[in-house]
Every structure is written in structure tokens, then in C-alpha cells.
Design a protein around this ligand. Structure first.
Ligand code: 13P
Length: 270
């Protein structure tokens, strides 16, 4: 049996080569008080965690209270979106610097809900990536195919197009600072998870494309998260896969117990 298969099937021989990152995307849930309370609870429940990066991404209106709640903990703060301009007459928009000053370290960019419901394109995603990197924030770039695209056999084409368009003119050094998240649209909020093998196969493809663009060293070290109906029940099987370096969790991150279980299933693999 190959080493890769060994990793997949034998619980004893799992070794992650990259550090794990578990991020909670709270989407448009929790007002600033609820968010504060949940963040405080998570800070207490996850106080012993240092070997895994844990990132919490509440809505813009909760960034301040959550950053206060997380003070003194290793949990990190992230935003769910950003505008690419530094400042100006852009009603409703938030700049990378504003996020940085609120204590953010990460920004989710190009989530499928932004692409599909708010008409985001690879072009605007590319502008956002560049703007965020300029402020030394870490972008979590989301990519993934719809059910229709998968059924047509176009998963790789779609992923390749999203990577190509999103990463236009980004120097290798900057690509190396990013985190990627593979989120098959058909698995988001549907309860349908990609099987560990399905997800891992796409992660391998993504890594190969990154390698073609910026070389093996950067590709090898890049964190590629999986997102789409990650739950305590399936987290360990997904995280055990050699090319899955963490999870971007939606629904299950809104509950302290399930989010803690997901984080702890990662610890067991280290
Ligand atoms: P769910 O975990 O609710 O499927 O959401 C995934 C997601 O969109 C994370 O960004």
C-alpha cells in the first residue's frame, strides 16, 4: 500500500506535514452581543489549544466585541469580506486597514456566497487579495464548483479558472502568504459533505496548480482548508487526509460544543 493510502486508512499512521488551521465562518449570524458571548466561551473552552491555529470570522458589526473577547487568547480574528480600496467614497465598504486596526489577521475572500449572491468576480477577488496582502493580512481564498459543474465533469476546469483569475499578477512570495479553502458549493449548508477522498483529490489538484504557478516549495507549504458541512462527526476523517490542512466551518462553528469538537479532532491528528 502506498504511503498516501496508508495515511488515509490507518489511524495509527497519520502525520500532518503542515500545521492545521480551523476557521469558523459565522456568516450573517449573531449580533455583536451574542458574538461576544460565543467568543468568550470559545476562548475558555479552547484555552489549552496552541498546536492548531483557530480563527473566528464574525460579521463586520461583531469584529470589535469579538476582538475584545479574544484578548489574551491564541484564537485569531478574521473578517468575511473586504473592499480593495484604502479609503474613499465607497458607501457600505470596509477597507483592509480598517480590519487590521480592529485586530483582524485573516480575511475570507471569494466565498461562494459572495460570488453567487453578490456578483463577485475573479477580477474583484484579485483586487481584494492584493489589497489585503498589502496590509499584511492573510487572505483565505475560497474556490469550489457547483453541483452542476461537478456533474458535467468540470470541477478541475472551474477550480483552475478561479485560481488563474484570482491570482493574476500576484508574485510568488504573496501567493505563499495565502491560505486556500476548497468549498464545493453543493456541500455548503446542505449537509452533503464531499467524501474525504473526493475532497483530498481536489486538494491535490489545487496544490499541483499552485506548484505550476509558483513552484514546489510554496505549494508544499500552502495550507488548503476544506469547507462544506464540516461537523464533529466527519471532521477527523476529512482532516486525516494528507492534503487537507484544516477546515472552514460554517453552521457547526456557531455552536461552542460542535466547534470545540471539530478543533479537538484536529489535535488528535498531530
Ligand atoms: P457549512 O459548514 O454550513 O456547510 O458552511 C461552509 C462554509 O460556507 C464555510 O465558509
Amino acid at each position: 500500500m502506498s504511503q498516501k493510502n496508508n495515511n488515509r486508512h490507518n489511524n495509527q499512521i497519520i502525520k500532518k506535514t503542515r500545521s492545521l488551521l480551523i476557521a469558523g465562518n459565522w456568516k450573517m449570524y449573531k449580533d455583536h452581543n451574542e458574538a461576544y458571548n460565543l467568543a468568550l466561551t470559545l476562548k475558555e473552552r479552547l484555552a489549552d489549544i496552541s498546536s492548531i491555529k483557530v480563527v473566528i470570522c464574525p460579521s463586520f458589526t461583531s469584529l470589535h466585541t469579538v476582538s475584545l473577547a479574544l484578548k489574551g487568547s491564541s484564537l485569531l480574528l478574521g473578517a468575511q469580506d473586504v473592499h480593495w480600496e484604502k479609503e474613499g467614497a465607497f458607501t457600505g465598504a470596509i477597507s483592509p486597514l480598517m480590519l487590521l486596526l480592529l485586530g483582524c489577521r485573516y480575511v475570507i475572500i471569494g466565498h461562494s456566497e459572495r460570488r453567487n449572491l453578490f456578483q463577485e468576480t475573479n477580477k474583484t477577488i484579485n483586487l481584494k487579495l492584493k489589497a489585503v496582502l498589502k496590509e499584511n493580512l492573510t487572505p483565505i481564498l475560497c474556490i469550489g464548483e457547483t453541483l452542476q459543474e461537478r456533474e458535467k465533469g468540470n470541477t478541475e476546469l472551474v477550480i483552475e479558472d478561479q485560481l488563474k483569475g484570482g491570482l493574476v499578477d500576484l508574485p510568488a512570495e504573496d501567493v505563499g502568504k495565502m491560505v486556500l479553502a476548497y468549498e464545493p458549493v453543493w456541500a455548503i449548508g446542505t449537509g452533503k459533505t464531499a467524501t474525504p477522498k473526493q475532497a483530498n483529490d481536489v486538494h491535490i489538484f489545487i496544490r499541483k496548480k499552485i506548484e505550476e504557478k509558483v513552484g514546489q516549495e510554496i505549494a508544499k507549504n500552502m495550507s488548503i482548508l476544506y469547507g462544506g458541512s464540516v461537523k464533529p462527526e466527519n471532521a477527523k476523517d476529512l482532516l486525516r487526509e494528507p492534503d487537507i490542512d484544516g477546515a472552514l466551518v460554517g453552521g457547526a462553528s456557531l455552536n461552542e460544543e460542535s466547534f470545540e469538537k471539530i478543533v479537538r479532532s484536529g489535535i488528535d491528528l498531530l
